[in-house]
Design a protein around this ligand. Structure first.
Ligand code: FMN
Length: 212
């Protein structure tokens, strides 16, 4: 089983609740299945650029016109995509580690999606519409937030956005370990909440290790 771990959090591991979830998740996963191959990608070490007009031409030009030939500038604009999409195409499982920022995902993660979820890589786009060409089965979210978002909370702009993004490429298995209530000045039980999320992360990892 190939696992791609994408880290969208600039904070150091010692002070990050979501990175603690990631540490525990991968400890449980590799303990139960030492054959799992994990590829760690820290987006703050290799920042995705925003998609430019030239990159859009490169991604979607062949969809509109099969005879499209990119210019040098268009090719250069697609460098990040061409160098980084393969890691996702190789993955059976994608693990996303992130905090909640402004009720949704950090912008750097959305920028990465815009670069790697493009035609000719994760899917083809033709007369029948979008056809997935990847083998990604499961997405695991390891999330941390100060607030507590109840089920169906209208302020939750994270899980609906991620469900919609992965539905676009035909993946609907999203599993979530969420350390919420991490603002200890407002939540007396922030530590217990973190421990419960660690437990949830370990359980998800153990279930996945069994599937591998
Ligand atoms: C720029 C910024 C925006 C934030 N926005 C939210 C938010 O909308 N909702 C929330 O619950 N927490 C918010 N937080 C708090 C973080 O999600 C929270 O501290 C989280 O535990 C950080 O994760 P980490 O410990 O893994 O870095 C925000 C923090 C920052 C720095």
């Amino acid at each position: 089983m190939n696992v791609l771990h994408v880290i969208a959090n600039p904070r150091p591991a010692e002070t990050s609740a979501s990175k603690k979830l990631a540490f525990e998740f991968f400890a449980a996963l590799t303990e139960k299945n030492p054959d799992v191959v994990v590829n760690n990608v820290d987006l703050y070490q290799n920042k995705p650029p925003y998609v430019s007009a030239e990159a859009l031409n490169y991604f979607w030009g062949p969809v509109a016109n099969p005879a499209y030939i990119p210019s040098k500038a268009e090719e250069a604009a697609a460098n990040f995509s061409n160098n980084n999409a393969q890691a996702l195409m190789d993955a059976d499982v994608l693990v996303l580690t992130m905090p909640v920022w402004l009720n949704t995902m950090p912008a750097i993660l959305k920028a990465w999606f815009d670069q790697v979820l493009v035609p000719g890589k994760m899917f083809t786009f033709g007369a029948e519409g979008l056809l997935p060409t990847h083998h990604l089965r499961t997405v695991v979210l390891l999330v941390s937030s100060d607030q507590v978002y109840k089920e169906g909370d209208v302020r939750d702009g994270l899980t609906p956005a991620l469900r919609a993004i992965f539905a676009y490429i035909g993946v609907d298995d999203l599993q979530i370990a969420w350390a919420d209530g991490q603002d200890s000045s407002r939540h007396f039980d922030s530590e217990q909440r973190r421990e419960m999320a660690v437990e949830a992360a370990r359980e998800i990892a153990e279930d996945l290790a069994d599937l591998a």
